[in-house]
Design a protein around this ligand. Structure first.
Ligand code: DQA
Length: 146
């Protein structure tokens, strides 16, 4: 099983950016943290600050991976282009946020992508990505057995 983990804008600054909200791990450290949980699942990591590049990566991923875990950063709250890309995606996508977006500013309470994702994990820090991969693996196994 191959899963792609995508991080969107400003998540390259993890560790330096609002560590009280997003934690002290750098993006590399976070990726290693997640990788260490899985022996059988192959994980690949991608980060971009550019909406179009993330959309291109989702398009490519459809023929390369079994599923996607995505933290789209602020694109979550307004990117209909990202929403359309996920809706068109033929492999399952799980939405992850480090912080509990429901408990923050009102603009963060809205996700334009949740509706087209398999589910959302929010507020569990780096561990949220681990839960996201586990949830996706469960979903993929079920899809393949059906
Ligand atoms: C975030 C929450 C978003 O509102 C914010 O713009 C981010 C990170 C999170 O992981 O908690 O960049 O997606």
């Amino acid at each position: 099983m191959k899963i792609l983990i995508i991080n969107g804008p400003n998540l390259n600054l993890l560790g330096k950016r609002n560590p009280d909200i997003y934690g002290h791990r750098s993006l590399n450290e976070l990726n290693t943290f997640v990788k260490d949980y899985f022996k059988k699942v192959k994980l690949e990591f991608y980060q971009s600050n550019h909406e179009g590049d993330i959309i291109d990566r989702i398009h490519q991923a459809m023929t390369q991976f079994d599923g996607i875990v995505i933290n789209p950063g602020a694109l979550t709250h307004y990117s209909y282009a990202l929403r359309d890309a996920i809706e068109a995606c033929t492999i399952p996508v799980v939405e992850v946020h480090l912080s509990n977006v429901a408990a923050r500013e009102s603009f963060r309470n809205i996700s334009v992508i949740s509706e087209v994702c398999q589910g959302t994990i929010s507020g569990f820090g780096a561990y949220g990505y681990v839960i996201g991969v586990q949830a996706l693996a469960h979903k993929i196994k079920r899809l393949n057995n059906d």
